[in-house]
Design a protein around this ligand. Structure first.
Ligand SMILES: [Fe+2]
Ligand SMILES: [Fe+2]
Length: 496
């Protein structure tokens, strides 16, 4: 099956729209033997009738079957009604031989943010379920689900990106095609390939880049994705299908780390002392090589809370590393963190393993940032590290977390994620949003941990911490209920 994917044409006045580039792309579609073309939104710039007229005139030239969805720009000025009049339905299910394409409108009127509301989410879930037997499952959605690199501040995200990501992964979707950030990018998450086509014909490209589109070839063995830039630069990526999912050979166990966050040590009612006491017993039994605290150590950055933290943590005598969350550095927190825990960016390493901390919070803000300079230094030191296993731990999430509103809380999550995946970092640990989640992006296993002992947590499994067992051949991640010690597997991944 051959698919042509393009996005963000932004038809309208010459100020925004490069008509000649779109005409070139339409020629490419009509001169190729594509089974299907998918357009992932932003047909217009302002959702106006005269723009829809141009968009329709253009899209009507496409000779193969075309599936179109609206973007946030199409929903401006109530333009969504015009989308239906000129382009087509907002949502749909299209069967094409062995394939199904499910398209979902994620645009919210007069907002750049995306959302798949409850009714639509349930319909998407049902559609994926009803078509689970299809050989090829494709989802088309305008807003990006994973943070996009080279697009500046991570924003206009899909509010429920975490739930959507989780649904897509559970439903074994083959391809997710998107647009919106006007920068072409491709990620493989487990067996799902997430494609962002960039913009076909808007003048608003990023970092001096040119307009772009994608071609996708999919058969029973591989998915081949080519990002095509209009300057003739092609990037070819191939992903194998039907990869091994059950592992019987783990090899020797090399390391056990405990990952925890949001302990909230304090005299406040939000610190669950009994959960902490019981978790201490479980952790002692698990006998880890290292304990990694991903931030939210204290409730507030005040001496009283830090004193409680130190006396509570003294109950554990394993090597420990810490990275701060915003609450750890507010008030006197900066000095106290230094005084009690040491450096902001701590690390643990032995001959084979490196765990590098990365401090991301800012004063009095829930928004975290690494920063361009800092990222560069981090990547340099990671690339020079002699250890065969390299891990980075930080507080803020770099992939969306289920059961929480995605807000793009790490400003440069898009760049950081791309850089860590490209550097083939083995493991990234985060500790925010009060819900556990683990998946693999490219060759990088990414694990978020729930709160261990705060009343604020979102998991039906209850407060928990994670156990990360690193074997010669696989990484096994489980969460352990803080109060009862019950263990639940989050995933097993083959080591690169
Ligand atoms: Fe756009
Ligand atoms: Fe958009």
């Amino acid at each position: 099956m051959k698919i042509f994917h393009f996005s963000d044409i932004h038809a309208g006045s010459d100020k925004h729209f490069r008509k000649e580039n779109l005409l070139y792309i339409i020629d490419e579609i009509n001169n190729g033997d594509y089974d299907l073309a998918i357009f992932t939104g932003d047909a217009t710039n302002e959702g106006q009738r005269h723009e829809y007229e141009i968009a329709k005139e253009m899209l009507d030239k496409i000779e193969c079957p075309l599936i179109s969805i609206p973007g946030n720009h199409d929903a401006r000025s109530g333009g969504i009604a015009l989308f239906e009049e000129y382009i087509g339905p907002q949502n749909g299910i299209y069967e094409h031989g062995d394939a199904v394409v499910i398209s979902v409108n994620s645009a919210v009127g007069d907002s750049n943010d995306g959302r798949i509301g409850r009714a639509k989410f349930n319909r998407l879930k049902k559609a994926l379920n009803d078509h689970s037997e299809k050989e090829i499952k494709i989802l088309a959605i305008h807003h990006h689900i994973l943070p996009t690199p080279m697009s500046g501040r991570e924003r206009n995200v899909l509010a429920n990106a975490g739930d959507v990501l989780d649904l897509i992964q559970k439903a074994d979707v083959d391809l997710v095609v998107s647009g919106h950030r006007h920068y072409p990018n491709v990620y493989e998450v487990e067996d799902t390939v997430y494609i962002n086509a960039g913009t076909a014909s808007s003048v608003k490209t990023r970092y001096g880049d040119v307009n772009s589109y994608c071609t996708i070839e999919i058969n029973d063995k591989i998915k081949k994705v080519i990002t095509k830039r209009l300057n003739g630069e092609d990037t070819v990526r191939k992903y194998s299908r039907n990869r091994k999912r059950v592992f019987s050979e783990f090899g020797k166990k090399e390391f056990r780390a405990i990952q925890l966050s949001n302990t909230y040590f304090s005299e406040s009612n939000s610190f669950l002392a009994q959960h902490y006491e019981e978790a201490v017993k479980s952790i002692r039994m698990l006998d880890p090589d290292l304990l990694i605290h991903c931030g939210g150590i204290v409730k507030e950055g005040i001496p009283r809370d830090y004193n409680i933290a130190i006396s509570e943590l003294n109950k554990l005598d394993f090597p420990m590393v810490f990275t701060p969350a915003a609450r750890d550095i507010n008030y006197l927190g900066y000095q106290l963190f230094n005084q009690y825990f040491g450096e902001l960016d701590q690390k643990y390493n032995n001959e084979k393993m490196l765990f590098q901390g990365l401090s991301t919070p800012q004063y009095d803000s829930s928004v975290g940032v690494v920063g361009e300079t800092e990222r560069k230094l981090l990547l340099e030191s990671l690339n020079e590290a002699p250890q065969e296993f390299r891990s980075v731990y930080l507080h803020h999430n770099i992939i969306p977390i289920p059961r929480s509103r995605e807000k793009g809380l790490l400003e440069d999550a898009g760049d950081l994620l791309r850089e860590l995946v490209d550097a083939e970092i083995d493991l990234v640990l985060t500790g925010t949003s009060y819900h556990p989640y683990a998946t693999k992006v490219g060759g990088t296993v990414i694990v978020n941990v729930n709160s261990m002992s705060s009343v604020y947590q979102r998991s039906r499994f209850g407060n928990s911490f994670n156990v990360i067992d690193i074997y010669e051949k696989v990484i096994v991640v489980s969460e352990v209920n803080a109060l009862w010690g019950k263990k639940r597997l989050l995933g097993i991944w083959e080591r690169a």
